[in-house]
Each structure stands twice: as C-alpha cells, then as structure tokens.
Design a protein around this ligand. Structure first.
Ligand code: TXA
Ligand code: MG
Length: 359
C-alpha cells in the first residue's frame, strides 16, 4: 500500500444504521479493504479474518508489529464455529452473561484462524461488540472481523471518528462515523486458555462483575493495581500490556494518593513548571476544577462518575496533546468497577512516570 490514500468518512446513525451505508462498507470488506467502525468501547480498524492480505494491511496502516495479536469480532455465536473447536462451560457462562458487550475472551484457537491474527499464539481473542453499527457491519459482511483499536501503534485509542482521522487519515479508505463511543475504554481481556482464568487487560466489564460469574479469576502480574504491585518485570502474557501503549505524544505524569494530596501536589507541580516557562495541561475530576481555574494550566475535567471518566479519558489526553502543552499531569481515581481500567490506562499513558504523594 502506498500512502496517502483517500479516506472517505460516512455518517452512520448509531442506533439505526442505514442499510445502504452498511452494505457499502460490507462491500469494501468483501473486496479486501479496511473499514474503520464504531464499537461501544473505541473505534476499530476492521478486516475480513479470512483474507490474509487484508489482515496484514491492518498492521501496516497502524504501524503495529506482527507480534501483537488481534481481536476477532463476531455478531452471532454461530460465528464461533469458524474460530474455536469447543466452548468450555465457563466460556459459555461468560458469553451468555456479557455478550454482546465489552468482554474479550482468549480461547484455544481452531485451525482456521491464521497465525497473523494470533501472532503465532495457540489462542485467539474473540469478542461480540454491542454497538449496532459494528453488529450490522459484521452481519452484512457475513464474516468475523479482525479489528484492533483504530489508532497509530502506541498512541491513545480513538473514541471519535475525528480521533481516527487524526491518526489514520490517508492510511485507510473508509471510516464509519457514529459519534463518540459510549464506554470509552477498551474491552476487558480475559484469558480462558490457561488453567486459571486471568485478567490480561481491565476494561469495559468490571472485575467485580466477572467474579460474580467466575469467582477465581486472577490478576495478571502485568496489570498493576494499588493492591498488587508487580515486584519485577514479568514476561508479558499479552503483548498489549506493554507500558508504551495508550501514550500521548507529550510527557505524561500520573499522581497517586488521596484526592486532597493529589490536588495539592498537582497545583505545586503546575506552579513549578510554569515558573520554568513551561505550558502545562492537567487532567482532573469535576471536584478539582475550582482549585485549578486560576492556575494558568490548560484544564480538562473527566467528570465525576467512573462511567463519565472512562468515556472522556482518551478524548482528554488527545485534547491536551493538541493544546501543545509541554507536560500533561493527571490525577488518579478509585479502582472500583471501571476505575481499574481507568487507572490502568492512566498508568500506561504515563509510561511508568508515577508520583506517589502523601498528605
Ligand atoms: O475494545 C476493544 O477491545 C477494541 C475494539 C476495537 O474492539 N479493540 C482493541 O484491540 O482494543 P487492540 O488490538 O488494540 O487490543 C487487543 C488486545 C491486545 O492487548 C492484544 O495483545 C490482546 O488483546 N490479545 C489479542 N489476542 C491475544 C491472545 N491470543 N492472547 C493474549 N492477548 C491477546
Ligand atoms: Mg489498541
């Protein structure tokens, strides 16, 4: 593929996708092209999993290494027949409870799934998104779609078509624009291909909800939480756990501590950096806004509930990046529910630059 190519953007109704537009996109998939489509989590860059050249072009368009496996998206359980040999009772329970929705299951791969999709692993990642446009496209194309998030490799995932255009404009032929994504962080990735079910990436379905169905889920040691710090670097069970993932292009720092301690430390750091002539951006919650209004920093408030914070997180990182600040300072949030995924993405955005603050 020689870049740049022309990128067409089609507005598609998010709840009642126009049949003609869906057919147009499905036709592109059939002819081996890439289509960017909305999901409830983030926008995905899709190709027919049974067309090797199309799947390869996903990696080229994103600048993603072939060592990072892709998620296969399906619209009906019968599509699983083409992907896996059998479905364990645990997998079936989770599918019944959380599909369609933001849960990706890693299952032993059947023989028809290519090594390009699995990056040579014996397992395949599968999810059934709940976004009507994603489901309509998969059905119309009549094939499972391989789709990573539609951003340049290591950049922040896109939650609007404008984010996709900024990263992949001139590199993909078609973007279906259905407005902002509802959840805002990627799907939860749960490995069921090993003896103990393991959370590889916290995401749109909370660990608490998963444990209500399957109590003995363990945390991957590469999923840092306040409660379980990894003692040393470990071999990555999922290549997407690399710290570089999800990072804005501006140095980003994450402050952790009580709400008050974080706020005071952030204010002091804003002042220190501005004194040195730097422009600073801060990513905060609604409760912090008043304290920062006269600080001189560029502010982006994520809201107050975990749902709002998740929805606005990637847009906030991108907006501060666009504001051309020289540093982005973030506060962290509680780890309950969606909070685990929020903190995971903030830590990854900071690339390990975490500042623990005390009162
Ligand atoms: O919400 C989402 O999951 C979005 C939307 C588009 O569906 N997709 C997404 O894809 O986030 P991507 O490629 O950005 O992230 C897929 C993650 C990566 O961390 C990858 O390493 C992991 O899933 N993964 C895929 N196949 C795997 C496998 N067989 N074993 C372990 N991890 C796997
Ligand atoms: Mg991604």
């Amino acid at each position: 593929m020689i870049y740049p190519i022309h990128t067409e953007v089609l507005q598609v109704d998010p709840t009642h996708p126009e049949e003609a537009l869906v057919q147009q996109a499905a036709q592109r998939i059939r002819t081996g092209e890439l289509v960017v489509f909305p999901t409830e989590t983030v926008y995905g860059l899709g190709a027919n999993i049974f067309q090797p050249a199309a799947v390869e072009s996903i990696f080229t368009a994103k600048g993603r290494p072939f060592s990072d496996p892709l998620i296969v998206h399906i619209a009906e359980q019968r599509m699983l027949e083409r992907l896996v040999n059998e479905i364990s009772p645990h997998a079936q329970q989770l599918m019944n409870r959380f599909w369609p929705g933001p849960l990706t299951l890693i299952l032993p791969a059947g023989p028809r799934v290519s090594r390009t999709i699995t990056a040579g692993l014996p397992s395949v990642a599968i999810r059934m998104p709940r976004h009507p446009v994603a489901l309509a496209l998969i059905r119309a194309a009549d094939t499972p779609l391989a789709a990573p998030s539609a951003n340049r490799f290591t950049h922040v995932s896109p939650t609007t078509a404008q984010h996709v255009l900024a990263d992949l404009g001139g590199r993909v032929p078609l973007i279906l624009d259905s407005g902002p994504c509802e959840v805002g962080v990627e799907s939860t990735v749960l490995n069921l291909s090993t003896p103990i079910p393991t959370l590889l990436r916290p995401g749109g379905i909370s660990l608490e909800d998963l444990r209500n169905v399957l109590p003995d889920i363990q945390l991957s040691r590469a999923t840092p939480t306040a409660a379980a710090e990894p003692e040393q670097p470990v071999a990555l069970a999922s290549p997407g756990q690399m710290m570089l993932h999800y990072a804005p292009r501006i140095p980003t720092f994450l402050f952790e501590g009580t709400a008050l301690a974080m706020r005071n430390a952030l204010l002091a750091e804003v002042e220190r950096r501005q004194h040195q002539g730097e422009r600073v951006g801060v990513l905060i919650g609604d409760e912090d806004v008043a304290a920062f209004t006269n600080s001189g920093a560029s502010l982006y408030s994520l809201g107050s509930t975990p749902e709002q914070i998740a929805t606005r997180l990637f847009a906030g990182l991108r907006e501060l990046e666009e504001a051309e600040v020289q540093a982005i300072l973030c506060r962290s949030f509680e780890e309950q529910g969606l909070g685990l995924a929020i903190r995971d993405r903030l830590r990854k955005a900071a690339g390990g630059k975490i500042i623990l603050v005390q009162e």
